[in-house]
Design a binder for this molecule. Structure first.
Ligand code: FES
Ligand code: FES
Length: 211
């Protein structure tokens, strides 16, 4: 049998080695070494004040604020649209600021005051924006509407505080109340029914009433 001093394996040795490795890879899955066990989820206590009521939850730390609201507290007014931070349907107010709740973990809001559409108003005593959306036909299917209204609350608060937007001409002056400002500030909230013009009209009416 010939071998080479630089390459000491014979052709026969190589064939045997190849056949062995092929046989090893053909072992049924069930006989293969089992994968490492999936680690148990890490849980943590989370205290939230939602619409004025305190809630103590024990959550998988991967739970989003949206799922905590919908799945654990059964507040289904907040909608899940894309679940990727792209549509704004899940917008709620956290300590007065608007947040896309699908992109935010519940454990990040320990002790926070959360306001959802259910906490803004009731059918008997609606929030002025809820009334204005109805009066101006600011929705069709209504799926985006809770997020639109929570976002509008945040947008009007930003305007009141003088926070500039991307379209503000002067970033140190009080921003003007204009359709352009409102469209920019609401641009994270998509409406597949295309009710944008009526939404702007509704928000404008409430902003002018407060001015
Ligand atoms: Fe959160 Fe679309 S569901 S942004
Ligand atoms: Fe239907 Fe906005 S009212 S998506």
């Amino acid at each position: 049998m010939e071998t080479n001093a630089q390459f000491p394996l014979s052709r026969r040795d190589l064939l045997i080695a190849s056949a062995s490795s092929a046989a090893a890879s053909a072992v049924p899955v069930s006989a293969a070494t089992p994968p490492d066990a999936v680690p148990s989820p890490v849980r943590a206590p989370v205290r939230l004040s939602v619409n004025g009521s305190a809630h103590d939850l024990d959550l998988d730390t991967r739970t989003t604020l949206l799922d905590a609201l919908r799945e654990h507290l059964h507040l289904t007014g907040t909608k899940k649209g894309c679940d990727h931070g792209q549509c704004g349907a899940c917008t709620v107010l956290v300590d007065g600021r608007r947040v896309v709740s699908c992109l935010s973990l519940a454990v990040m809001h320990q002790g926070a005051q959360v306001t959802t559409i259910e906490g803004l108003g009731t059918p008997a005593a609606p929030h002025p924006l809820q009334t204005a959306f109805v009066q101006h036909d600011g929705y069709q299917c209504g799926y985006c509407t809770p997020g639109q209204i929570c976002s509008a609350v945040g947008a009007l608060d930003e305007l009141r505080r003088g926070a500039p937007s991307h379209v503000s001409a002067d970033i140190v002056a009080q921003p003007m109340l204009s359709a352009e400002e409102l469209r920019e500030r609401m641009s994270g909230n998509l409406c597949r029914c295309g009710a944008y013009s009526n939404i702007v009209d509704a928000i404008t009416e409430v902003a002018e009433a407060k001015a």
